[in-house]
Design a protein around this ligand. Sequence first.
Ligand SMILES: [Fe+2]
Length: 294
Amino acid sequence: MSQYPVNMAITPDVSGHFDEATNTISYIVKDPASAHCAIVDSVMDINYAAGRITYDHADALIAEIKDKGLMLDWIIETHVHADHLSAAPYIQQELGGKIGVGEKIMVVQETFGKVFNEGTEFQRDGSQFDALFRDGDTYMIGQMPCFAMSTPGHTPACMVHVMGNAAFVGDTLFMPDGGSARADFPGGDAGELYDSIQKVLALPDDMRLFMCHDYGPGGRDIKWETTVAEEKAHNIHVGGGKTREEFIKFRTERDAQLDMPKLIIPSLQVNMRAGVVPKDKDGNPMLKVPVNGL
Ligand SMILES: [Fe+2]
């Protein structure tokens, strides 16, 4: 814990935007001392059955930033999402900002470059992104120092981004009654996920935690904010001192029963390219479906 530059004295303004189609929460995070902000985990709308892409969710983020007169410094991806498409390039075109992801993106690109039989024009070096974060890397939103923590397990490139007293946990954790994300995608590992969750739970008790997803378990209203103390005490998968062995057994058994996310095929192809839809040999936007490839 101590190696990370935690600063609980800074309270950024956090605005959550829930996407009903994918149960994703996108965030606008504003430096309290300036008009600078970041976006965490944007969403591009897709009607996969029709092969149609639109930008209503991203447009709402853009409108809020414009209305408030903010400057966008960063467009952060906590990981390569398998259940929604990123709108990072669309937002960058409108508002600027640098697109950042964990440096282990290269591992993800290697894995899924093979799955989708990508040619040599698909670079596996993370060069589609403006910044590749390593564990402990720091960056600024206006005058607010932020840092990234490497939290592999759900995917190799997963990172938690800490901005003042707010941490954006991606799919490392869900709300206490939601537990944790699956660890069975290629490159995922339940034991690693447990270790990564312990890193998050070692942050200060009153650190605010913001989820990437919420599914309203048991029919409750959608929520996306909790604290380290709440997760430690009540998380149904790791709270109350659950051991690594207990977690691995539970997670592995649970994951074996889960279907693939509805949007995994388009999501991976787009998100491993930093949100850019791939093109066919004639330059038309085109997605592939590898049959029995996942
Ligand atoms: Fe995810």
